[in-house]
Design a protein around this ligand. Sequence first.
Ligand code: AMP
Length: 559
Amino acid sequence: MIKSPRGTRDLLPPDTALWNFVEATVRDVFRAYNFHEIRTPIFESTELFARGVGEETDIVSKEMFTWSDGERFNEKRIIDEWLRANQSDDPHQVQAGRVNVQGNPSFLAKLKELGVQLQVWRGIQVQPSLLTGRVEFVAFGPRVSSDAIIGLRKARDIAKGEYSHEFGTHTILPRLVVPDEAAKTSPWVATGDVEIEGFAGNYFSSSESLTLRPENTAGIVRAYIQHDLGKRGLNKFFSIGPMFRRERPQKGRYRQFYQIDAEVIGPTSSGSERPIRDAEVLEMLDTMLRRLGISDFTLKINSVGDAQDRAVYNDALRKALDPVVGRMCSDCQRRAVTNPLRVFDCKVPEDQPIIETLPLIRDYLGPASQEHFENVQALLKKAGVTFELSPKLVRGLDYYTRTAFEFTHGALGAQNAILGGGRYDGLAELLGSPQPAPGIGFAIGEDRLVMALQERMPEATVHVDAYIAPVGEGMNREGLRLAKDLRRKGLVIELGDRSFRLKKMFETATKIGARYILIVGENEVKADAFALKHMASGEQVTVPRAELAKRIAGAEKGS
Ligand code: AMP
């Protein structure tokens, strides 16, 4: 059995109803806060994440799904090397087993159109003007494909037809040369009388490194720069979609997971840098979670300072780490040199007591960062948003500046961070924006949000208004027609099959929770009135076709 890859999962009904509920609710909230949807590709160039998220982060250093793309088959190289290996040493003298390149220009042009690159002789010279042996039409391809086979056969047909005077009675052998590793034949390609030759060597070259997005802020900022969205002033974006990280899978942690992202970004003149934006985003999150029915969450905030503060803090961290880092894990030893802030991402239990003693960023904030952070806190208090200060919160991504935050939820166990985010002034410039574009954003882990809701919500119930049971010859047609009419009137209808016994259809109607079963038999069709049975009460009435929709819909409110 082929299973879904490790760390991925299928979301199935009825659970998907909960996902849809979450997405519909957050869309509603986003609308009220004037956020608009942006959809960026799920893969981007690797460099975007390396630069944006940071080389030293766990995400970039360990967790990305990266591949090289733009793989091109280097046809010229394989032809050159194949000829070098096969060509006759003496261009005037054909030798057994070796080839001489032949062909008149008009015929060669025809071959080229068919995707056949060479016409060669393989044989021996009997007299100066007489060759014996065979002609080969050679195509070079990245793999065995039906296109190549068809092209070679057509070339042979043309040679035997239009050009028979040139080829006489010589045998013509079509040959397809593919790189060794690609020599495998697809079971769907009939190779017939075409000889397949695997010619060892790697004739592919790749041009670009791509990565499945592990997060979406970098992609959105990339789009902001690419489309010069700064000219619109302040942009408020949201997006919902899958992210990919090669993490060790466990409950609440997947390799494909979903995030609900929002980003507020614009030129400095749009006010994108102001504390009111931080407060608005945090207040929106508080509202959003409550609207979803989640209230037992904790908002933790910290300031990770701006670029200048960080430089000073990094120095202090390096100094503090210097005498102790030798006792820490190898990751921390590296981080201490390259990016000391990342030491706080360490999960090794033995390192934690050392991390406890390190200086805190809050003691290294410059006056501007300090003021910003105080402003954000004052605004949150005014807006009635409860929060905790969390001085060690640094978040696992390098781009954060100033405000960083996380919402945790008690019911989620070890993976209790339901969302995280922060400000990222400077990221746009790092990614090549000619103008500064401060911003702030967050990513909600939708999988975890749904998990938190599942704790409290009963299984989503599926609602079916009526099950149509066609009984007897020709009744499927009638049932289908009736189903179409009722569905067009907005009812949810399931349709049976006349080959089922009526008992089975009753059982199915019960199982799917249909409110009614509607019998479509010959007598009903003749009378244009149908037996409609209310499943819960067992009450059965005959209802004229024209009144069916009203009857089913009307009773729905009552039941
Ligand atoms: P981050 O992008 O790392 O700041 O993560 C933001 C949120 O996404 C986290 O708080 C989690 O709720 C969620 N998240 C991150 N990684 C995963 C994962 N591997 N599986 C499920 N949810 C995740």
